[in-house]
Design a protein around this ligand. Sequence first.
Ligand code: SAH
Ligand code: SF4
Length: 421
Amino acid sequence: MTDTALMPIPGQIDPVPVARDITPREDGRVDLIGLPKLRIAELFAQAGLDPKQAKLRAKQVFHWLYHRGVTSFDAMTDIAKTMRPWLSERFVIGRPDVVEAQHSTDGTRKWLLRTADGHDFEMVFIPDADRGTLCVSSQVGCTLNCRFCHTGTMRLVRNLTPGEIVGQVMLARDALGEWPKGRMDFAEAEGADADEEETAEYTADGRLLTNIVMMGMGEPLYNFDNVRDALKLVMDGDGLALSKRRITLSTSGVVPMMERCGEEIGVNLAVSLHAVNKEIRDEIVPLNRKYGIEQLLEACAAYPRASNARRITFEYVMLKDRNDSDADARELVRLIKHYKLPAKVNLIPFNPWPGAPYECSTPERVRRFSEIVFEGGISAPVRTPRGRDIDAACGQLKTAAEKKTRAELDRLAEEKQAALG
Ligand code: SAH
Ligand code: SF4
């Protein structure tokens, strides 16, 4: 066990303290996954390499870790054989532990993962005809208590580290067999068996995993630094090399962090709106009591780099008789137009969980709602539920062990409220 124990929930709307980038292991070795090139070079220098060597080795190791996905220093064929044991005595190449992997009949895959200190979180892969989307978690649990969301009912919360976040993408590439083959052009031939390498380079074509959405467990903007650092590794051309255009971060509306998200990460933004008036949104997304709809939409209008080519996605979960009337749909159109937002709307049929206080809108209601928004000039596709047989709906991640009664959920919600003080 390491010292990253779970903390009690600090309150419904307060950020969870940020974990450190390095989690020391029991055997004293350091996990390199989650660290940027410069940090790896620093560690190599601290371990005794001269600065120039440290920088060169860090560059090589970085490429092997993030671009090629190797899980052993022995596989780093352009690093001298004598150097490899030096690395493996001091460092490890970690992955989250897989507790369970499920495969749906529709191709959706879900993993229950475990951190080194024993906390479970989930990841989902959703293949489509033209893309494959990995739904990544940013926290174990969530402090925000949205009433329709199962994650919000979890008792304890901790931020995932950059390594645990980027580790999900790496694990998915392991599972899908999608690491590129080929050698880096700065490969150092001396003392290395570089001729083992093929020269095929990494291409974007024909891959299964093409998109990432930060829509798993947790509120990514309450774990901003770690999410940013992880996504930088995902976007790094010498790292996982996924374009920022293919990454979407979903927030329930942490207004003060949205500008930084655009500036420092630069990925697409999705906003979990779910309601168009204060009363209902206060109930469904309690963060609304802190950052209201107007403030949220102003932050959307100011989101760096939003344009018609890069529209903001508004997520709208369809809850029977709560937020699904014709008037709600028209108000949604009015708001988006009023703030002149380059926007699209994703209508998400509510995915019920045991004890949930809502029902899903009828298919006819969802269709009508979608039509009204569409007639208002805004695209509003209905997200088809996927992986229902394995309970894998993205954003409704849960484990069977987590099933609770409504009474228990209410009690937990009260405990969380009490923690607010
Ligand atoms: N915390 C962030 C990202 C994770 S939630 C956020 O709230 O945006 C990702 C998406 O899944 C959100 O739009 C959320 O509203 C949705 N979601 C959560 N529970 C759901 C459920 N039971 N049925 C349908 N969608 C759900
Ligand atoms: Fe947290 Fe998002 Fe779930 Fe709300 S919908 S509780 S912000 S994970």
